[in-house]
Design a protein around this ligand. Structure first.
Ligand code: ADP
Length: 489
């Protein structure tokens, strides 16, 4: 059975009160009893002395020829009655042999056996015995230092006993009232404390379920207040730790997924490399076999040399770009940033590319602003050659290539635009992935490897720039590259 804390506290207080009252009542009653006995003893001693005096008086004033025994025989009854009326107690006189010489006790009243106690008195000692509610007191009686008998007083203890009973009753009544009051006060006081403890218990269950505290459960300037504060601090630090753990977990998951995707990309990259290498190598091997078989065919020789050169160039370009891409992923050492005048650099590149453009029956226009960027010159050349080369390769005869630039806030933006076949929207997402080509055959025909844009993107990002396909439709395709401008600082 579960006993609530408040009931326990009430019971403890009530028990303490009962214990205190019991101990107090035992001590008080004991004290009263001792006091009553002492008073009674001294009263009886005085009365026995007075009686002895009376007997002595009567003896010396009486017949001098009588000895003490005869004196008691003659006067015993009268003396007993007179002493009884003086002392207010039943009195019995005994001679030396222990025989009654006089008694105030009415004849026929049942008496108790007092012989043992009487024998003590007849040996000169004070003795008493308690019988029912009476104290029977014996004192030796002497005349001129000669023991002549004993006197007995019957003292009623009724009043004393009643007094003690009254006090005991008082202790019981008030003890019970005090214990009940203590229980109620204890219960009421601990009711408040128990409800605070219950609220703390509820709070701890909340924390266990992950509902953390936003405020103190309650404020008090005692141990319960400290406990409430402790619970609050515990809750906030658990919440913080869990948040940190979740954050770490999130970062870890992100890192794992990044690693997995990198691994996947790497696998794909290697797969693509072997696939892309196979085609030119197969072609070279086929021509070598044919040339071996038909050594005297000059036409075959011509075609073979041309094709082998083309495929070898392609392989060479591919190896070159792959090595550059993987080196970019790992090292920065090839980057030598410097102050580059972009207008001059772009115009130089365009001048170099104009010949190729003319070969494809294209016109190349430039409109470039003066701007200075902080970048690796070689990388910039790679980026723009790739873009302009693509603008030529994926164009149509009679088409245009335009290279323009403008500044926007702290950036210089270069647009490389070309007419031509355009890029379908579904290809936009993969455009910058290594080995991606919209049309494999067209790429192959124009000597493309699918690595140009991937390399351009990596190189641009190394210069803290951004490259993206800005627009593409059946008329114009525009790539935008932006770099932060070199400021005076
Ligand atoms: P490639 O060496 O094949 O040119 P890139 O990475 O440079 O490889 O380009 C990827 C693909 O994007 C190309 O194969 C081509 O299909 C498409 N592409 C790139 N630039 C243009 C452009 N200016 N106009 C149309 N298509 C383009």
């Amino acid at each position: 059975m579960k006993i609530s804390l408040k009931a326990k506290m009430g019971l403890v207080l009530a028990f303490l009160i009962i214990l205190t009252v019991t101990v107090l009542s035992v001590l008080v009653l004991k004290g009263i009893e001792t006091n009553q006995r002492d008073q009674l003893e001294s009263e009886l001693i005085q009365k026995s002395k007075a009686a002895e005096q009376t007997i002595h008086q009567s003896y010396v004033t009486g017949d001098p020829s009588l000895n003490t025994d005869s004196f008691l025989q003659q006067k015993g009854q009268r003396l007993a009655s007179s002493i009884a009326s003086q002392s207010g107690m039943q009195t019995v006189l005994y001679n030396q042999k222990g025989q009654e010489a006089g008694s105030s006790i009415p004849i026929g009243q049942k008496d108790v056996d007092v012989s043992d106690t009487l024998s003590y008195a007849l040996k000169g000692k004070i003795a008493y015995q308690i019988s029912g509610s009476s104290l029977i007191y014996f004192a030796p009686v002497s005349i001129d230092n000669q023991l002549i008998g004993a006197i007995r007083f019957d003292h009623s203890l009724k009043n004393n006993q009643q007094f003690i009973a009254d006090i005991r009753h008082l202790f019981r009544t008030w003890g019970t009232i005090a214990a009940a009051a203590a229980f109620l006060i204890g219960y009421a006081y601990f009711y408040r404390i128990a409800s605070l403890i219950a609220s703390l218990q509820k709070t701890s269950q909340q924390i266990r379920k992950g509902r953390y505290l936003t405020d103190l459960p309650f404020k008090r300037r005692d141990e319960l207040g400290e406990l409430s504060q402790g619970l609050f601090f515990m809750s906030t630090s658990i919440e913080k730790n869990i948040d940190q753990m979740n954050e770490e977990k999130r970062k870890l998951e992100f890192a794992i997924s990044k690693l997995q995707s990198l691994e996947q990309q790497q696998k794909q990259f290697i797969g693509n490399i072997s696939h892309e290498f196979k085609t030119p190598l197969t072609s070279i091997k086929a021509y070598v076999d044919l040339l071996d078989m038909y050594r005297d065919d000059p036409q075959l020789m011509e075609d073979g040399v041309q094709n082998i050169r083309k495929e070898t160039n392609r392989l060479h370009e591919m190896v070159d770009k792959i090595l550059k891409l993987s080196a970019l992923e790992k090292y920065d050492f090839e980057q030598r940033p410097e102050q580059v005048e972009l207008k001059r650099l772009l115009e130089d590149i365009c001048d170099r590319m104009k010949g190729k453009a003319a070969k494809f029956d294209l016109t190349l226009h430039t409109n470039i602003k003066e701007a200075v960027v902080w970048a690796d010159r070689e990388s910039l050349i790679h980026i723009f050659i790739n873009l302009i080369d693509n603008a030529i390769k994926y164009n149509e005869p009679g088409g245009k290539v335009e290279v323009t630039s403008y500044t926007l806030e702290n950036s210089i933006i270069v647009d490389v635009a070309n007419t031509g076949i355009g890029i379908p929207p579904e290809a936009e997402e993969k455009l910058f992935q290594p080995f991606f080509t919209v049309n494999k055959d067209r790429s192959r025909l124009s000597g493309g490897t699918g690595l140009g844009l991937a390399l351009a993107k990596d190189l641009t990002e190394k210069q803290k720039g951004v490259i993206k396909l800005h627009h593409s439709d059946s008329k114009w395709t525009i790539f935008k590259v932006s770099f932060p401008l070199k400021t005076e600082k």
